[in-house]
Unconditional design. Structure first.
Length: 401
């Protein structure tokens, strides 16, 4: 029996027991090992722009041929759990010559709401270059050789995440109202991008950070479930019987995989940028939760009520503020050519609720308790989302048990 305080500094015996009980992807396993190994390293310390700029200089010195200059370092907001610094690099770019490029440094805090892989995010951004509008990638520090924590550097992308002057969706991507004009322009691009992600030919690609689940197996579902169960046992500060009921049902009912798809993991409003004048999507961001598995994981995630709102005129619920729910699955199948299975969708709705509660009631609690993040107040605020999500989870379990 693991004590609630033992999770502040997990013992090797505890960690190995959880690894045995909840096997998951290799990259995920290493992320979680790193997280708990560094848990006793002290609270978060705010790094200055000068400190990160010095780290950036060291990385560039080892990767860039010829002279370079770093200018206009500044903090970027957004990304909830990541530290982001914008800067301009003046350098002799390969194939382009003297250049002045806007870039973004994206780095982990000492512990975040989601333990995710910068290397995986880097790999997926490169994979979808030319398929979707994604930022060009430059360098990766997967093992924190140059920076205090793992980091990646990619191109700055122009655009906004929500309309200027919007009073809704104060937390980016939650309940954003785009309005009729932008909705008409963005919705087709939104559906097309989701289809392109799920129909990407994974058989023609080679992967370094993503494990490939076997077709017809339950690997992908169980990897995602086991990741969440392991994090819950590492992080939680209380016993929640509902979570035990949910985990047991999810373990007994994983759907076999009918197609291996790239799963974005956080496909929603707030994670794409667009030009407000033209309504053109300029970049798809936040691939950090990406994996190979069941497309229904994305479909269940994207259609969560938290991300959308009801249309004040027609009364329809708009998925991510863009597409009426009653049309969403039909339009998805038309664009992608893929079917939507209600049973698989229900499984991943339940799993998504479970994962969200793990993050907000488990990890957020532990991160705040140990002072590991720069956004403790925001994480505390997000805990308020647990009650309605738990109510949804309880209702769905009542229907299937």
């Amino acid at each position: 029996m693991i004590s609630l305080t033992e999770r502040d500094v997990p013992s090797p015996v505890m960690v190995e027991d959880l690894r045995r009980r909840f096997p998951t992807e290799r990259e995920t396993d290493q992320l979680l090992l790193r997280k708990v190994a560094r848990r006793d390293s002290g609270p978060y310390r705010r790094h200055t722009l000068a400190e990160l700029s010095a780290c950036l200089h060291d990385l560039l010195r080892d990767h860039v041929e010829g002279p370079f200059e770093i200018q206009n370092e500044r903090w970027f907001t957004g990304g909830v759990s990541k530290i982001q610094m914008g800067f301009v690099l003046r350098w002799d770019a390969p194939g382009r010559g003297p250049s002045e490029d806007r870039m973004v440094l994206r780095m982990e805090p000492s512990e975040s709401l989601n333990a995710t892989s910068r290397a995986r995010e880097f790999e997926l951004l490169r994979l979808f270059a030319g398929v979707l509008p994604v930022p060009a990638t430059y360098w990766i520090d997967a093992d924190a050789r140059w920076f205090p924590e793992p980091a990646l550097i990619y191109a700055f992308a122009d655009g906004v995440a929500k309309p200027a002057g919007a009073t809704t969706g104060q937390v980016t991507g939650l309940g954003t109202v785009f309005g009729p004009r932008l909705r008409a322009l963005l919705a087709p691009q939104f559906m097309d991008a989701l289809a392109r992600v799920h129909t990407f030919d994974t058989s023609a690609a080679s992967f370094t950070t993503l494990d490939v689940p076997a077709l017809g197996s339950t690997d992908s579902a169980l990897w995602q479930l086991n990741r969440a169960r392991r994090v819950w046992e590492e992080d939680r500060g209380e016993d929640v019987p509902l979570m035990e009921v949910a985990a047991n049902w999810l373990e007994r009912n994983p759907p076999p995989l009918d197609r291996v798809s790239v799963v974005h993991g956080d496909f929603r409003s707030g994670n794409f940028l667009f030009d407000e004048a033209s309504g053109q999507i300029t970049a798809w961001l936040d691939w950090e939760r990406g994996h190979l598995g069941d497309r229904h994981r994305d479909l269940a995630w994207t259609t969560q009520l938290t991300f959308g709102h009801f249309d004040s005129s027609a009364g329809d619920y708009l998925v991510c503020g863009l597409v009426p729910l009653r049309e969403f699955y039909t339009r998805y199948s038309e664009v992608s050519g893929l079917s939507v299975d209600p049973d698989r969708l229900r499984y991943y709705r339940i799993l998504n609720c479970y994962q969200i509660i793990v993050a907000l009631l488990g990890t957020a609690y532990r991160v705040i308790r140990l002072g590991k993040s720069h956004q403790g107040l925001l994480l505390a605020r997000l805990k308020g989302e647990v009650a309605p999500i738990a109510a949804d989870l309880r209702q769905m379990l009542t229907e299937v048990i």
